[in-house]
Design a binder for this molecule. Structure first.
Ligand code: ADP
Ligand code: MG
Length: 703
């Protein structure tokens, strides 16, 4: 079949009733350029004109109603601005009052007492009588009422469109004209028959007709289902093809050996038994790295699920195959902590671990860069300074990005260039992301999940306390410290006002000091204004147990690991988002002691804040929290996804249509597995569709 241009690609000005001026408006205001765009300009709801309501059934809850009755009186009353036309309409069950403030003279002449009308509008009450102002009126003759009942589409419009007489009504008219012109062959089906029948979907042409002008609710729902599925399916197909291409054509380093480093570590140095999830993920990573394709994997693990050790062992595999690795963290504190735990865990293994950050001295930096370039360093940890162009590796085989799934495509691409054959890339999330986002916004990556915590972890008990309970809260912290534990006290960081944050923190610090005047209660403080040596020194004292309390802004948010800390107090907890609260809370509950997280807030809270606090108190499960977060905030608000345009589905909603997304993902993957070139007869429709719309896709930005 040849791809001859379809009537749908005609410029919108060629539609009867449009013309150049209106076309210009449609383009500017609604991005409607072609017939197809108009067809895909969907109504956001329908006004139900299929029902006739009895007047005595109208209540204060009623919104839009349609009533049929006889006008029994009609008169103009009031003066000047209060001048109005009032009619009484009786339908045999009661009286409905109709009021107009405009067009009064003309209406008074055209409406007639004693005749029957179908009336439509928003119902209200005035002095206990139901009333509609400015109703739509249509005279009816006995017996033909039903013929005109329908669901009227309501389109999103802009003020400009309305002002130029292109409001929702006019758009509906244009769409109607267009649909009259089209026949089934003009709207080619793009989903294979097998998919249509598996998911009970109606055809594409039918769906377009029914989404605009359904005869009943069911028709509309059928159309909606079909078109939502199409959106999700096509997007999953595109993502699937990106993964497929990478798997089939990208050349990757082959790590087929598991050698001395790995084995020595695994057999004699592993400090604990790996969890089932850790083993499974390691297996997935080993398989990727041995496959000859470049790995691009997102590792999603809950806070404390033990991602670091998985990273470490993956880097040992690289080492066994003669390759270097780099391990990047979002903050210097975290990079240093990784450096320390890697060095200690690997002390008996013949690999060289070093750290490079912004605060490395010039001399040190020079030496490290050289040792990296000549291959003496096996594992280089550090901040994102590691991806700068001046950091050259002799043979970089694996790059791990910790605690940051937002590590962008551009940054990833930079990594890929660090070796002649791109190194394998493993991105580890700070907290779980909802599966729907993983499938859409990050759908080009393969991903692994660690949904199991190491054994013996006790869930952190989380409570919400109001400001006035502060003395009791402090007493509790004191009692925990007396038992030999440590505590975090966290202050919010609102970037718009660094000065205010700083003042709050200092005030807080003084308050904390006042609560703990006796000896034995030492305080560390870490905040963004400190030099990194200072931060490091304060952190160090807390890690060693020289200080019992860590007062901090969210700089310690990610990664920090002090198992003896058993209490976390979060000040102004209402100002934090869910992922952040969960991530913070993850700093406690890392040891064998029972741990607590106290969310301190002011008394008056917004509904959303209350909801967040409730969720935090009810679960420790990061995957659940991520889902809730998405529900509360909606996909449009999730950072980093809006600009990407990836989630701009016209109809589908990844929260409400989660099940459908899974189904779409499944069937798209099935097609790619069975017929990656779309050469089978049943898939021809898909191929044609993808070719036709190539270049218009948002997905092209990803690969
Ligand atoms: P995260 O996934 O949040 O980065 P970490 O890698 O920092 O978690 O691990 C959290 C803590 O759990 C560390 O103290 C680590 O030593 C410990 N840990 C990791 N895996 C296991 C395991 N299989 N058994 C016991 N403790 C473990
Ligand atoms: Mg970590």
């Amino acid at each position: 079949m040849t791809n001859k241009p379809s009537i749908l690609s005609s410029p919108v000005e060629y539609l009867k009733g449009v013309g150049p001026l209106r076309a210009d408006l449609l383009k500017k205001e609604a991005a409607i350029f072609t017939f197809n765009d108009l067809l895909e300009y969907f109504p956001f709801r329908h006004i139900d004109k299929t029902q006739i309501t009895n007047v005595n059934r109208i209540t204060t809850e009623t919104e839009y109603v349609q009533v049929v009755g006889k006008i029994t009186s009609l008169e103009i009353i009031g003066e000047k601005r209060g001048r109005r036309l009032v009619a009484s309409l009786h339908d045999g069950t009661g009286e409905l009052e109709l009021v107009w403030f405009q067009g009064i003279n003309w209406l008074e002449k055209s409406l007639h007492v004693g005749r029957r009308y179908r009336v439509f509008g928003k119902a209200g009450f005035f002095m206990n009588t139901p009333q509609i102002s400015h109703p739509e009126m249509e005279e009816v003759t006995e017996g033909v009422v039903e013929k005109n009942l329908f669901l009227e589409p309501v389109y999103p419009g802009t003020e400009k469109l309305k002002a130029r007489n292109l409001g929702g009504r006019q758009i509906a008219k244009l769409t109607y004209t267009l649909l009259q012109m089209l026949s089934e062959k003009d709207v080619s089906e793009n989903l294979p028959t097998s998919v249509l029948s598996t998911y009970h979907l109606i055809g594409r042409y039918q769906a377009f007709r029914q989404i605009h002008f359904p005869v009943n609710k069911q028709e509309y729902l059928d159309a909606l289902k079909r078109l939502k599925f199409e959106e999700l399916f096509i997007s999953q197909l595109r993502l699937g093809f990106i993964r497929y291409k990478r798997h089939s054509f990208s050349k990757g380093l082959v790590f087929n050996k598991v050698g001395d480093c790995f084995n020595e570590f695994y057999n004699n140095n592993l400090p604990f038994e790996l969890t089932g999830a850790q083993k499974r993920v390691l297996k997935e990573i080993r398989k990727d790295m041995g496959s000859g394709k470049q790995m691009n994997r997102l590792l999603q693990g809950d806070v404390g699920s033990g991602k670091t050790i998985v990273a470490l062992m993956s880097m040992l595999i690289a080492a066994d195959n003669g390759y270097q690795s780099c391990f990047m963290a979002p903050t210097e504190i975290l990079a240093r902590q990784h450096y320390e735990s890697l060095s200690s865990l690997l002390r008996n293994i013949p690999v060289t671990v070093r750290i490079l950050t912004g605060s490395s001295s010039a001399k040190e930096k020079k030496e490290i860069l050289q040792a990296t370039a000549n291959g003496e360093i096996t594992i280089l940890t550090g901040t994102h300074a590691l991806i700068e162009d001046n950091v050259l590796f002799r043979s970089l085989g694996l790059a791990i990005v910790d605690e940051q799934h937002r590590f962008g495509v551009a940054q990833r691409a930079k990594l890929w260039k660090k070796n002649e054959i791109s190194p394998h890339v493993l991105v580890m999330t700070a907290t779980p992301i909802p599966r729907t986002l993983a499938l859409t916004a990050y759908g080009d990556l393969d991903y692994s999940i660690m949904d199991e915590l190491p054994p013996g972890r006790k869930p952190v008990t989380t409570v919400h306390r109001m400001e006035y309970a502060r003395p009791q809260v402090m007493d509790f912290i004191k009692s925990e410290i007396k038992l030999g534990r440590q505590a975090y006290i966290i202050y919010p960081l609102i970037e718009e006002s660094a000065k205010l944050d700083f003042e709050n923190l200092m005030k807080g610090y003084e308050e904390v000091k006042a609560f703990f005047p006796e000896p034995g209660f030492y305080i560390s403080m870490v905040h963004g204004r400190q030099k990194s040596v200072q931060k490091q020194a304060n952190m160090e004292r807390f890690i060693k147990g020289d200080t019992q309390i860590m007062v901090s802004t969210t700089v310690i948010e990610v990664g920090v690991n002090v198992p003896n800390a058993s209490v976390m107090l979060i000040e102004s907890a209402e100002k934090f988002g869910l992922p952040q609260l969960h991530q913070l809370r993850g700093r406690v509950g890392r040891g064998s002691e029972k741990s607590y997280c106290i969310l301190l807030t002011k008394v008056r809270l917004s509904a959303d804040a209350k909801e967040r606090l409730k969720i935090m108190c009810s679960t420790n499960n990061g995957f659940k929290i991520a889902e809730k977060d998405l529900e509360i905030r909606g996909p449009g608000d999730i950072e980093g996804t809006r600009q990407s345009g990836i989630l701009n589905f016209k109809l589908a909603n990844i929260i409400e249509d989660k099940k459908m997304l899974e189904a779409a993902r499944y069937s798209a993957q099935k097609i790619i597995d069975e017929d990656p070139n779309l050469s089978m007869a049943g898939n021809e429709c898909l191929k044609n569709f993808l070719l036709l719309y190539k270049g218009k896709t948002v997905w092209s930005k990803i690969s």
